[in-house]
Write a protein that binds this ligand. Structure first.
Ligand code: HEC
Ligand code: HEC
Length: 133
């Protein structure tokens, strides 16, 4: 910490912490996400919250299906479902990017809802007597 070369950097970091804390308090939210491994680290909080709500709607679950504890503890990796959801997220990103070539900034063609339709286990075949149009 006391090294001369590091001093400038330390100052910048401390300033950064003060600024982000102030922004977080101003919005009445928590600090920036600390454990994003698939999404970009700097995903803005409103975008992250909207995505998480789309997960609950797409799968027909609550936040607690993938998260333990209080809203302050969402960074924890205690549940296998959160790990599965990370893989699903990678798959969906690859489908839209590599396979469908959706341009950056445009809405995804494949979402969690595309398969899940409000259920944890997507159907693998049309229901008996149904499916034909
Ligand atoms: C289907 C599983 C799933 C559901 C349901 C879910 N989440 Fe998440 N959540 C994740 C995954 C996976 C990540 C980590 C993404 C990554 O690594 O890029 C995450 C990360 C987060 C983070 C960032 C934590 C940090 O600091 O790194 C927050 C905040 C969060 N979720 C809030 C919510 C809220 C609020 C809800 C309910 C509206 C919710 N989540 C529902 C899977 C889920
Ligand atoms: C291409 C189809 C498809 C898409 C898109 C998809 N999933 Fe899945 N998902 C599946 C299948 C298939 C399973 C396995 C279900 C089973 O075990 O029968 C599954 C399982 C899961 C599970 C484990 C279910 C459980 O029992 O808790 C989670 C969590 C999950 N998906 C989250 C997501 C999330 C979040 C997204 C969007 C980022 C997503 N999925 C997008 C097909 C898909």
């Amino acid at each position: 910490m006391g090294r001369v070369l590091g001093a400038g950097l330390v100052c910048v970091c401390v300033l950064g912490v003060v600024v982000t804390t102030a922004v977080a308090q101003g919005r009445g939210a928590q600090g920036p996400p600390t454990n994003l491994q698939v999404l970009p680290q700097d995903t803005p909080r409103p975008q992250l919250t909207a995505l998480m709500r789309s997960f609950t709607a797409a799968l027909g679950v609550q936040c607690s299906h993938c998260h333990v504890g209080t809203p302050q503890e969402r960074a924890k990796d205690d549940l296998e479902t959160k790990a599965k959801a990370r893989n699903m997220l990678k798959m969906v990103m690859a489908l839209n990017g590599e396979y469908l070539g959706v341009p950056a900034g445009e809405d995804n063609k494949v979402t969690c809802y595309t398969c899940h339709r409000g259920e944890l286990k997507p159907l693998t075949a049309p229901p008996p007597g149904g499916g034909g149009r």
